[in-house]
Design a protein around this ligand. Structure first.
Ligand code: PHB
Length: 396
């Protein structure tokens, strides 16, 4: 019995390996499939909606033929559940024979696919998740989103230099939240600031109220917060309901909390809030103005957020890698082509670090202001060409 089970396991494993190898071999073809796996439903659905809209816009603007190959976009919903992500990735690799896997609305989804990307030599283009370690999990991963530390370290510097002395940290209890908390604590302490308390709350359906009370009781100058895209509205609502704004407590953090997707619904209580981030829909460049106008036109007036721009740039990276690889569609050629690529994004100048395959980008300090009756994160200072500080520290 035991032997039979074992043998069945080996046969299954061998079949999976053969299917993966065959999938790799079958990719030398005239069409190219890009398989996006995104949370189109559930708590993170705004991320899926923004990235899918941006990917479609990119194709509408740049056509569906690259290096003589017809590009087909496939969008699958994983609901941000990593078991789903993995199952869908397997299907996309083996049955659809995709050239690229892309998307991944949360860190656990990106991590779940890393071993499959390695085994099948399929490039995994991360266009949302932000935990530092992701790109280290497979040589086939490249990222066009961000790392949390990229925004958090400039935020800590700015806060310490602008009169913020005592802070309570509040983060979602998973990869990007923990990176945020650790990076903030280390940099803020280095600059002479004090973190009074570090609070973590659950990622799924959090009730922030009791945690906000605990933070308020310690009378900090500011609360440093990381919540993933989609949760900022509820956080701000509960912050205001408990009167923390009236008590003079500021909110600081990476710009996920004043997400462009939700900002207009937060009300005047967020006016003056200062965050550090990689993108604002208000970014003042011709490239961004054209991007925002086209995105709104194609999506019933929806304002693009930092996830949309990460998805748009993910498409750019895939198109240009195909072009640079001269139509080769094997994972090694495509990842080699992606390394070191640099271009002007709607967020500003960006590049893919050839050593880490992670994005290098400007980080902007922004203040929420009203413009033409709408709330915007208005950029007023720039930290240029920031590399992921966590990986940069490890490399030293
Ligand atoms: C992540 O899960 O890595 C993540 C999701 C949403 C964000 C930032 C990071 O806004």
């Amino acid at each position: 019995m035991k032997i039979a089970v074992k043998r069945r396991y080996f046969v299954a494993a061998a079949c999976a390996a053969m299917a993966f190898a065959a999938a790799g071999g079958a990719r030398a073809q005239d069409s190219v499939k890009i398989g996006f796996i995104l949370p189109m439903t559930g708590q993170q659905q705004s991320t899926g909606k923004q990235i899918a809209a941006a990917a479609k816009l990119f194709m509408a603007q740049h056509g569906d033929t690259v290096a003589g190959k017809k590009v087909e976009l496939i969008i699958k919903d994983d609901g941000a559940v990593p078991d789903n992500t993995k199952r869908i990735a397997q299907d996309l690799i083996v049955n659809e024979k995709v050239t690229f896997l892309a998307g991944f609305g949360v860190t656990p989804a990106a991590l779940a696919v890393a071993p499959l990307a390695t085994e099948s030599k399929t490039p995994e283009i991360v266009t949302a998740a932000g935990t530092s370690i992701i790109t280290e999990k497979s040589p086939y991963i490249a990222r066009t989103s961000f790392t949390l530390a990229q925004s958090v370290v400039p935020m800590a510097d700015w806060a310490a230099q602008n009169g913020v002395k005592k802070v309570v940290s509040m983060v979602s209890d998973y990869g990007p939240g923990i990176d945020s908390e650790n990076s903030f604590k280390a940099e803020f302490a280095k600059q002479g600031g004090q973190v009074l308390d570090a609070i973590r709350f659950p990622l799924t359906a959090p009730d922030f109220a009791p945690f906000l009370q605990r933070a308020a009781d310690q009378k900090p100058d500011a609360i440093f917060v990381f919540v993933p895209s989609g949760q900022g509205g509820v956080f701000i609502k509960q912050f205001v309901e408990r009167g923390l704004d009236k008590a003079g407590i500021k909110i600081i953090g990476p710009g996920d909390v004043t997400d462009d997707d939700l900002l207009n619904g937060m009300g005047d209580a967020v006016l003056g809030t200062i965050t550090a981030h990689i993108y604002s829909a208000d970014h003042d460049s011709p490239t961004n103005k054209a991007f925002v106008a086209a995105f709104k036109k194609a999506n019933d007036g929806l304002r693009p957020n930092f996830m949309a721009v990460s998805g748009y740039d993910g498409m750019h990276l895939m198109y240009e890698s195909l072009q640079k690889a001269g139509g080769k569609t094997d994972g090694d050629s495509l990842i080699a082509a992606a390394k070191g690529m640099a271009w002007e994004s709607p967020r500003g100048p960006i590049s893919i670090d050839p050593d880490t395959r992670d994005i290098v980008q400007n980080v902007y300090i922004r203040k929420v202001e009203k413009k033409n009756g709408e709330l915007y994160n208005v950029e007023f200072a720039t930290f240029p060409a920031v590399k992921d500080p966590i990986k940069a520290a490890e490399a030293k």
